[in-house]
Ligand binder design. Structure first.
Ligand code: AKB
Length: 315
């Protein structure tokens, strides 16, 4: 049985991943950590420690105490926040990752951390973006993600740490809200549709980005971590996606359920610039070939589920 330590466990992915890993591996085998604490299931439903990922000693001490053999490093600033605070973003995203990789090396842990479609830039092919291609991002977040992919490769080659990772698209979920991302509009729109019947999008019409529903993202993490290492050629940066849409397409899908739903636009130049520098849609065939990646939710089935679940939560 794995003994897992998660950083950033109260974030958008961590909040749900913690529960999923506890279901699979047992509550006591999954230690959640985060810089803050709250009343959520991730914090209260099993072992939890307050941890600032910049504190390398505490990270290693907690990992040892828990007997960790797996580290899932989720703590990071997302793209828009990183763009507003580039120095802090570099320090936290790279410093936290370095500390987590060092802990994994010292404790001989398997290691997972997410990369992102943000690891691509304007000179990357925009459609069906290949697994191996040009990566010259123009955002601090993108610079962090490319450096992180390389660092995780390095720890595998140099120290034989079993590092693995996914390039996530925008992730959509009704459980914990994202914070500071460029793709967050695709989550906010569902909340606003239910609360007010309208949404003002900060991303402009015709802007395509990859997206995925959280259950598919959680399956992808678990399946990659469980995959036979001998089948993996890429390890740290698998393109994964479920769908690609523009704001007007998600709005049209919501209208099928809420006919009076109204969409307006008030484009935020900073986040629009970030979105414009990212691919329209990426190719996830390497993930499918090497470890059987498959997404189950489409825009239509995700929208039905999101609206159903959110009506119960906030409706
Ligand atoms: C963001 O928008 O910053 C993230 C991402 C795509 O990595 N959701």
């Amino acid at each position: 049985m794995k003994k897992i330590m998660i950083t950033g466990a109260l974030g958008q992915i961590g909040s749900e991943l913690t529960g999923r890993l506890r279901e699979i591996y047992g509550v006591d085998n999954v230690l959640a950590t985060d810089i803050r604490t709250n009343e959520s299931e991730a914090a209260k439903g099993g072992p939890f420690e307050v941890l600032d990922v910049m504190d390398s000693k505490k990270m290693a001490d907690i990992g040892k105490k828990h007997g960790a053999d797996t580290i899932v490093h989720m703590a990071a600033l997302l793209s828009a926040t990183a763009e507003a605070n580039p120095v802090f973003a570099w320090n936290l995203n790279m410093g936290g990752l370095m500390n987590a990789l060092e802990t994994a090396r010292e404790l001989k842990c398997q290691f997972f951390t997410p990369s992102s479609i943000g690891a691509f830039g304007p000179s990357t092919p925009k459609d069906a973006t290949p697994q191996d291609t040009i990566q010259r991002p123009t955002t601090m977040y993108g610079v962090n993600k490319v450096a992180g992919e390389l660092l995780a490769d390095y720890y595998h080659q140099r120290f034989e740490v079993d590092t693995r990772g996914l390039r996530f698209p925008g992730l959509i979920s009704y459980v914990a809200p994202p914070g500071g991302g460029t793709t967050d509009y695709a989550v906010e729109i569902y909340y606003e549709a239910i609360k007010n019947g309208r949404y003002t999008s900060y991303i402009g019409e015709g802007t395509y980005m990859d997206m995925m529903y959280m259950p598919d993202a959680l399956n992808a993490i678990v399946n990659l971590m469980e995959a036979d290492a001998s089948q993996l050629k890429h390890r740290n940066a698998f393109n994964v996606t479920a769908m690609s849409f523009a704001p007007e397409e998600i709005a049209a899908e919501i209208k099928k359920h809420i006919p009076g739903f109204e969409m307006n636009y008030d484009v935020d130049p900073i986040r629009q610039n970030i979105a414009d520098s990212w691919p329209n849609s990426i190719d996830s065939s390497a993930a499918a070939e090497e470890w059987g990646f498959k997404a189950n939710y489409s825009l239509a089935s995700m929208t039905t589920d999101m609206l159903e679940k959110l009506k119960v939560k906030i409706g």
